[in-house]
Design a protein around this ligand. Structure first.
Ligand code: AMP
Ligand code: ZN
Length: 469
């Protein structure tokens, strides 16, 4: 089955071919560790996880690099405001980030390089750009990239050359498309930087944000690699500037496929720190939602479509995942004999449809529809009493396959439902009544237990099992 992805560079869906057979090298712009990431940020990391898992599903070995931006305008600003040294300040949020990745069952990348550990690589890259004439030093001592020297500038964001203000300089890491300008590679120290400072051939200072990704990607993935990802807001200026730096320095095509995800929205607006309309993972956990439920919600729309976040969606996720739980319990409880051939056709159809949908630019809606189709088919067979243990095992196995990508179905988790002590005591009393052949009393207790939302199932020899109704 051929994989195909929407390549932002060409604005169309293209067949995927890796540079090295069987291996995909992928760079992902990671978090700026100045705060807890919000679930909008996690939509981007979830999309990258989905991409990674899909590549693995189709047999690729993935080498993924996700950087940690632990020095930039924002980290310096906020660590100073908090009166905490930069390293200590960012350490807290790095750790929180890794905890959050676990909560969401996001597969770890192979390398998480931190910017502050790669300053020599950045200085080396800027030196090459200076030697080749792409960089220049301004009066304030900072070093800038001259977009005029790089004719391909704007090819990703499709900026027309006419509106480029070459020679005009912008020092901020973030700026809008209408202020295209020469951007900072190395920022000369000023008092706002405090003690955040490194020596360089151009004097004391610190790197610009964009050079971090160019330097760290080539360090771990080489001068050319397969896939670069990020949220759509990273496309300009960040990714445009990364391309300019990397391709100007190496003279080679840097990245073959650019994949960007659309935003997570709240009431029609992008979820963002600056708008204040955000939830962190911790906020949602404190309200009783699990990582598994949040993961399901974030998977809920195609990565190139905006996804509106609501609590209603979380409730639906709980319900849907509960349906899967019940279904897997049901499959496990089936003990009828048979060769399982009754499940072969629905399993094959579902696996085929699921794989085809994921191969087609990560079409999760269709892939998940195939899972639900198999759930319905399995229940139908079980309702009719024609599902054998072998057939149930085949279906469970298909869901194990799906969960390599979904990462939240958990077909093998046996759920132990906590039964309240009061209900257990009533069930014991009922068992005693049955033993004494006091069936009126045992029926009364059964009804009382049912009224509390539980059922008692009797097993041979007076044993019993209590379940949630
Ligand atoms: P930042 O820490 O601001 O550099 O953002 C980290 C990642 O989250 C980037 O890939 C952003 O594009 C992405 N991002 C930020 N806000 C959202 C959002 N509301 N929806 C989806 N992705 C987002
Ligand atoms: Zn980046």
């Amino acid at each position: 089955m051929e994989l195909q992805f929407f390549n932002t560079m060409d604005r169309r869906v293209e067949p995927f071919r890796s540079i090295h057979p069987g291996e995909v090298r992928m760079y992902t712009c990671g978090p700026t560790v100045y705060n807890y990431a919000h679930i909008g940020n996690f939509r981007a990391y979830m999309f990258e996880d989905l991409l990674r898992r899909t590549l693995e599903f189709f047999g690729y070995r993935v080498r993924q690099v996700m950087n940690l931006t632990d020095v930039d305008d924002k980290t310096i600003r906020d660590s100073r405001a908090a009166g905490i040294p930069l390293r200590e300040f960012t350490q807290k949020y790095k750790q929180a980030f890794f905890e959050d990745l676990k909560t969401l069952n996001i597969e770890p990348a192979e390398v998480y390089p931190a910017a502050t550990d790669h300053i020599p690589q950045m200085i080396r890259l800027i030196s090459i750009l200076m030697e080749k004439g792409f960089g220049y030093r301004a009066e304030d001592g900072s070093v800038y990239f001259s977009i005029d020297k790089f004719p391909n500038y704007g090819k990703l964001a499709k900026i027309d050359r006419e509106n480029q203000r070459s020679g005009v300089r912008i020092k901020n890491d973030e700026y809008a498309k209408d202020s295209v300008a020469d951007f900072a590679l190395w920022k000369a120290w000023d008092e706002l930087d405090g003690d955040v400072v490194w020596d360089s051939p151009w004097g004391k200072g610190r790197p610009g944000w964009h050079i971090e990704c160019s330097a760290m990607s080539s360090e771990y993935l080489g001068d050319s690699f397969d896939i670069h990802t990020g949220g759509i807001d990273n496309m300009f200026p960040h990714h445009e500037d990364e391309i300019a730096q990397s391709e100007a320095a190496s003279g080679k095509k840097w990245v073959n496929y650019w994949l960007h995800c659309a935003h997570l929205m709240v009431n029609g607006e992008k979820m963002s720190k600056s708008l204040g309309n955000f939830y962190t993972l911790r906020d949602l956990e404190a309200k009783g939602w699990s990582g598994r439920e949040i993961r399901w919600v974030l998977l809920g729309a195609h990565y190139r479509k905006k996804l509106n976040f609501t609590f209603e969606a979380l409730s639906q996720a709980r319900e849907t995942l509960g349906r899967f739980d019940e279904f897997f319990d049901r499959l496990r409880s089936i003990s009828a004999p048979g060769d399982g051939s009754e499940a072969e056709a629905p399993v094959a159809a579902a696996v085929e449809a699921f794989s085809a949908a994921m191969a087609d630019d990560l079409n999760v809606s269709e892939a998940f529809a195939a899972m639900f189709e198999l759930l319905r088919a399995g229940n139908k067979l079980a309702d009719a009493g024609t599902l054998s243990a072998a057939g149930a095992a085949k279906i469970l196995d298909a869901f194990r396959k799906f969960d390599r990508i979904a990462g939240c179905l958990e077909p093998d988790r046996v759920r132990t439902v906590e039964i309240p002590a009061e209900v257990m005591a009533m069930a014991e009393a009922r068992a005693a009544a049955r033993k004494a052949k006091n069936f009126a009393e045992s029926d009364r207790l059964r009804a009382e237990i049912a009224g509390l939302g539980y059922v008692v199932e009797d097993a041979p020899g007076g044993a019993f099992r209590v379940k949630k109704a």
